[in-house]
Design a protein around this ligand. Structure first.
Ligand SMILES: *Cc1c(COP(=O)(O)O)cnc(C)c1O
Length: 482
């Protein structure tokens, strides 16, 4: 009988709703696990190399039967938390770290439990307003005009760059047959997600101009000017200029102000990729360094970098939100209830995503709870730590450092008269990785092997820099002698 069958199914289905007491027990258990992780954090390595690779298949894999939370957490710790780079560690100085401030996790918890649908204003006016308020705050921070600016919280800088490129393409009104004549300008230091954005935006056939750089890897604005002028004269159509406000590789900030003037002079979409460097605008030094960012048509900024949020939080900011809306909005029959109730633009009309993670809460909660001050101070501290680290390494006879850091990224290598610097530096990298107390990554600058330092985890303090210095000095000494 149908009703009986439904009742039986319901009994099983209701297992998905956890009763109060179990809920408390489970939540406490996860909370204790997280707390233990944070307590142990200062004493565990930042990087575990190959020996600790997880089992090829997480075991036991998904099955029909339930498992004990304790067992699940043990497996998570052993197989997931330990292997690889510890993204929460203050010893993380590779790639671009951020750390992940704890209240962001509480925000995620609230977003997940309440499952508020933050895609459209009609469904969750408060959620959309909260995200739009955060976007406004960031627009204001980088100096985009208050009345017209807007944007979208994304999963990261890569998707934000993609949306920006699509907006520029749509606004220009070019058709596929025009792609071969459209020109996109950036330096070879631009993040590789810019290249991916171009592919994903269908613009692979566009003309790519790698604008030459000065000796500090900053775009040569004067050459850009000539390039654009010549391209126009030869019948091409400049489409986008992409500047970097802190390159990932070496931390260089392009001359944003001059580039902005050039973009305006030739009426070209100006995208500033400040995924890494954008939040340094919270410091006086950064504000000056990033002068001209306010001239951008679009800005990419990653709260999971300079605002120390957990991975998965990026943002696209635009000068004119209507342009973004026009490039991403499409109506749909089943969305008709949302029409006419939109007092504010909805995230779903400003990005390719419809249903999405309610990212705003993980950003809003920490900002409200801490206030801005500790964020500013932490960013200032990171700048000072970088300068200190750089100047201490510069004193070392056996070490050659790259240019003075613009922000909090720089690179260095072992200097070797007559020896093979690349080989020795590679060995140093390997030994730092094997040691694992701190983590740094490497890069190739004009074909040479360098170790990169990126200081942006909120947990990185003087003690970590001292530790890193002692590890580098000690290992370099033995490498050079042997
Ligand atoms: C990190 C970074 C990106 C890519 O952002 P994700 O958040 O990793 O997707 C783009 N540009 C720059 C300059 C970056 O530092």
């Amino acid at each position: 009988m149908t009703e009986e069958k439904i009742r039986l199914l319901e009994k099983e289905a209701r297992l998905l709703e956890i009763p109060l007491n179990d809920r408390k027990r489970l939540t406490t258990k996860v909370q204790e696990f997280a707390s233990e992780f944070l307590n142990e954090l200062p004493d565990i390595k930042t990087y575990f190399t190959e020996e600790s690779l997880p089992s090829p298949e997480l075991n036991p894999s998904v099955s029909e039967e339930s498992s004990e939370l304790g067992d699940i957490l043990s497996e998570f710790k052993k197989e997931v938390l330990i292997p690889g780079i510890n993204g929460a560690s203050g010893g993380h100085m590779g790639y671009i770290p951020g750390g992940g401030v704890y209240p962001a996790a509480l925000g995620d918890f609230l977003a997940a439990v309440t499952n508020k649908y933050a895609g459209v204003f009609y469904a969750a006016p408060g959620a959309v307003r909260l995200e739009n308020m955060l976007i406004k705050w960031m627009c204001d921070l980088v100096g985009l005009p208050n009345k017209t600016s807007g944007g979208n919280l994304t999963s990261g800088g890569s998707i934000a760059n993609l949306i920006a490129v699509v907006a520029a393409r749509e606004l220009s009104g070019i058709k596929a047959r025009d792609f071969e004549k459209s020109v996109i300008y950036f330096t070879q230091q631009a993040h590789h997600c810019v290249g991916k954005a171009i592919i994903n935006a269908g613009l692979k056939e566009a003309v790519i101009r790698h604008v030459p750089m000065d000796e500090n890897y900053r775009m040569r604005a004067d050459i850009l000017d000539t390039m654009v002028e010549e391209d126009i004269a030869s019948g091409l159509k400049p489409l986008i200029i992409i500047a970097s406000a802190g390159t990932t590789d070496v931390g260089a900030v392009d001359p944003l102000d001059e580039i902005g003037d050039i973009a305006k002079k030739y009426d070209v979409w100006y995208n500033v990729d400040a995924a890494y460097g954008g939040f340094f605008s919270l410091t006086d030094y950064g504000k000056k360094k990033l002068k001209g960012i306010e001239k951008a048509d679009s800005v990419i900024i990653d709260p999971h970098k300079g605002l120390f949020l957990p991975f998965g939080t990026g943002a696209l900011l635009v000068r004119d939100k209507n342009k973004l809306y026009n490039s991403q909005h499409l109506p749909a029959n089943y969305m008709q209830d949302t029409l006419g109730l939109e007092e504010e633009l909805s995230p779903a009309d400003l990005s390719p995503e419809l249903t999405k993670h309610f990212r705003g809460v993980r950003m809003w909660l920490p900002l409200k709870l801490f206030g801005l001050k500790p964020f500013r101070k932490a960013l200032e501290e990171k700048l000072e730590l970088t300068r200190y680290f750089y100047s201490e390494l510069e004193k070392e006879e056996a070490i050659e450092v790259g240019p003075q850091p613009d922000l909090s990224v720089f690179y260095y290598r072992i200097k070797s008269e007559g020896g093979d610097s690349n080989k020795l530096t590679k060995q140093l990298m390997q030994e730092i990785h094997e040691d694992g107390r701190i983590f740094m990554s490497s890069t190739s600058i004009e074909g040479d092997f360098y170790i990169r330092v990126a200081i942006l985890s909120f947990r990185t303090h003087l003690e970590h820099i001292e530790l890193a210095l002692s590890i580098i000095k000690e290992k370099t000494k033995t490498i050079i002698v042997s």
